[in-house]
Design a protein around this ligand. Sequence first.
Ligand SMILES: Cc1cc2nc3c(=O)[nH]c(=O)nc-3n(C[C@H](O)[C@H](O)[C@H](O)COP(=O)(O)OP(=O)(O)OC[C@H]3O[C@@H](n4cnc5c(N)ncnc54)[C@H](O)[C@@H]3O)c2cc1C
Length: 342
Amino acid sequence: MGDMQYDVVVIGGGPAGLAAAMFAARRGLRTQVVSKDVGGQLSLTAWIENYPGIDGIGGRALVDCMLAQAKRDGADWWMGEATSIVRNEGGGFTVSLRQGTPFVTKTIILAFGLTPNDLGATGEHALAGKGVYYSAVDDAPQQEGKTIAVVGGGNSAVTAALALAPRAAKVHLIHRRAKLNAEKPLLKALATHRNIETHLAQQVVELRGTEHVSAMVLAPTDPETGVVLSDPSDLATLLIDSVFVQIGFRANTQWLADVVALNAKREVITSKDCETSTPGIFAAGDLCDIAYKQAAVSVGEGVKAALQAFKYLQEHAGKPAVMFDWDVREERGAAAQEAASP
Ligand SMILES: Cc1cc2nc3c(=O)[nH]c(=O)nc-3n(C[C@H](O)[C@H](O)[C@H](O)COP(=O)(O)OP(=O)(O)OC[C@H]3O[C@@H](n4cnc5c(N)ncnc54)[C@H](O)[C@@H]3O)c2cc1C
């Protein structure tokens, strides 16, 4: 595969991608991460209690630590969106980006997780980032004294409404079904905030605004199915300063349909060693057809994908593959000792 720009390009900077980047870099691979954000879903997690070895930690703090480790070990970081993968004639792949020069690489690790669902409302895409947010409430600019809409009925939406209520003038919580499906303690807390108004069996069908969102149009739905009634005679308009869309996630793998095999849920099909149907492309984390979508699982899968990519490259170069990582630390320790000795 000659002298290619990178040994491995990791697409996605959530737990899977950050772990893969760290372990690939530790094996001495020229490693490039491309990601739309830092930390993925983990950065939306206010507090994580089930990450082994840590009693409890904010999602953002854990992400910062993982990023620092990946960079310490030599991985390069590029903030951006991968839009296509093409196999090169002489071997390896080209990863194209929405903006910027494509990366040419020997292997790829797909780790781009799950993407927040959008509303499908008229005007939504033009206003994304202009008062319309799909991220954690902490990521959005100042919300003090504002009128804010939160869309969704699960734990994420109710948690967002509760986080916003103390600083907002008013929070509209909009859900397309007849009942919120968040956990009981969250629903109980909701009732203690007078400035949260819940709108049930309503769907956002339009977002209005030019430079920034200023209003939303709600249509009534069938409360059982959540489907907009075919002749919505009762449209309502709410004046708002911002919207937080919290209606779940999907595997956004459509752009890879010709590159790797997907299952019916559009998840990337992987072997137990994180191989995809295309040799040289590996995958890890929530975007894969694995049963458990959890931070610790994604981290473990990311590590496996990196070691498997290393093995693939070693075998292609006719060299032995090493299937563990701790010898890197021992090599470093020996080098440090040698440097220190007179
Ligand atoms: C609110 C919330 C709370 C959670 N709480 C917990 C918890 O307490 N414990 C737990 O174990 N798990 C929890 N999870 C689940 C956990 O966060 C996920 O399982 C984990 O983040 C998945 O990691 P990942 O790296 O596979 O994908 P993601 O975290 O989804 O990261 C994907 C990354 O890829 C990037 N990306 C997407 N498309 C592209 C593209 N085309 N080009 C470049 N980059 C791209 C994204 O920007 C993102 O950085 C929670 C999730 C949420 C949403």
